[in-house]
Design a protein. Structure first.
Length: 428
């Protein structure tokens, strides 16, 4: 993409490298208008969030920033969280957020984020509050340190109704965490996963991919997920984007594009996972993500349930409301633990024919492999922002596409304010 700016001149940035080709990667949508835009049109996209009447997709997942504090010094942090002295929003404010979201015609999924949400002792109460208001899927986005060290807390979260843990997990080698400046060890991650397993909490492991640090660990991360399929429900790769806090100015070489990840998955799993097992999204813009669904077979191999058929995808545009609804259900079903533990254990050592095994294990041993490429000031595209379905609840109850919310200029300036109470008063 080539851009020019009256103040900073012209520049270009790589969006896509290689196969599947940029032009073939397309899941067209029929866009209908939003049921309830929250903001009006004034300065144009991306300043009018949101959602404004020009936005083309409803909310799949709403992020609630329940704290600005963080106890880790990560080199890459989209929220640029630190150990701020800002007080956390109180439970009355959080209740207001939930009620505001539940006033929409459809119920979205919730991700509790921050900052590091597990710094809050009352996080179980926040989860329980959301469940009591009617949200069926509540996930916490965490570095996992408290989950590793405090099994009682994990138990409380589960009892409160937490659905799933979105765990920062950059790979199955200790050195990676040192290179990412995480201040956390692989042992901590393993302990967090074990405590989730003990409490029947599904985990999605989320590697931030940085070239030369963990881009050769993509296959091993998938193998790790397969070995922990009793608790790991998905692997969600996030190629490093350059907003919030990042350690250097990006060059094109730093950029890892979606097709490169797809091809690395294929080559680093020795072809066990084929590139055609990944499809563009039906909810957000095609160039934002990919996903594939797999059944883990008794021998540790993956059987793909999705197959990208380019001609099919192009000839049948999906209705945007339908796409959002499917995505909400998909996350709500695939990223939680299957309810029937007994059946899960029974399905461990099946020795039936492959087809019967596949059918049985598709209910208990599913692994979703996905990736989302966040946008930064260099590669941001308004078409992608307008089709975004991952929204942060921001100032005055506005819903702001995640990439627009976190976007920062090279001087660190943000486009949109941090969350406030619903009257626009700073909750922090
Ligand atoms: S990103 Fe969406 S909500 Fe924000 S200004 Fe653009 S169209 Fe409107
Ligand atoms: S968060 Fe960013 S990358 Fe993800 S769907 Fe929204 S605009 Fe696309």
């Amino acid at each position: 993409m080539r851009k020019s700016c009256p103040s900073h001149g012209s520049f270009e940035v790589v969006l896509w490298r290689g196969e599947p080709s940029y032009n073939s990667w397309n899941r067209p949508k029929n866009h209908s208008s939003l049921d309830s835009p929250y903001s009006g049109l004034d300065k144009g996209c991306p300043f009018d969030c949101g959602l404004c009447p020009d936005h083309r997709q409803e909310t799949c997942t709403a992020l609630l920033e329940v704290t600005f504090r963080c106890d880790r010094p990560c080199s890459f942090c989209y929220a640029n969280s630190r150990n701020f002295n800002n007080p956390d929003p109180d439970l009355v404010t959080v209740r207001g957020w939930y009620e505001h979201l539940s006033s929409k015609k459809y119920s979205c999924n919730i991700q509790l984020s921050g900052g590091e949400p597990t710094l809050r002792d009352d996080l179980p109460q926040i989860v329980a509050l959301g469940r009591s208001i009617g949200f069926r899927f509540i996930q916490v986005n965490t570095n996992g340190l408290r989950l590793a060290k405090d099994p009682k807390y994990v138990e409380q979260l589960k009892k409160a109704g937490l659905s799933s843990v979105f765990l920062q997990f950059d790979g199955p080698r200790d050195k990676i965490y040192e290179q990412m400046g995480r201040g956390i060890s692989l042992d901590n991650k393993l302990a967090a996963i074990e405590n989730c397993s003990q409490n029947e909490l599904g985990v999605v492991i989320v590697p931030t991919l940085v070239r030369g640090v963990n881009t050769d660990d993509i296959g091993n991360t998938i193998k790790f997920a397969i070995e922990h399929i009793n608790v790991v429900r998905g692997v969600h790769f996030q190629p490093a984007a350059f907003f919030g806090r990042y350690p250097w100015m990006p060059s094109n070489n730093d950029r890892i594009t979606l097709p490169e990840i797809i091809r690395s998955i294929e080559s680093q799993t020795g072809g066990m996972v084929h590139a055609t097992g990944f499809v563009p999204p039906g909810c957000e813009n095609s160039y934002c993500s990919f996903h594939g669904n797999f059944v883990v077979m008794p021998d540790g191999s993956l059987h793909s349930l999705s197959r990208y058929n380019h001609s099919d995808c192009c000839s049948h545009p999906i209705d945007s409301h339908e796409g959002a609804s499917i995505a909400r259900k998909f996350v709500g079903q695939r990223w939680v633990m299957p309810e029937n533990r007994v059946q899960r254990e029974e399905n461990e050592g099946l020795s039936l024919g492959r087809w019967d095994v596949l059918l049985k294990r598709s209910r208990t041993h599913m692994l979703c492999i996905s990736s989302m490429a966040f946008q930064d000031a260099w590669n941001v595209e308004l078409d992608r922002l307008r089709e975004c379905c991952i929204h942060v609840l921001g100032s005055g109850g506005r819903l702001i596409p995640f990439c627009a919310y976190n976007l920062t200029g090279i001087n660190g300036a943000v486009l949109h304010g941090r969350p406030m109470d619903l009257n626009g008063k700073d909750a922090s």
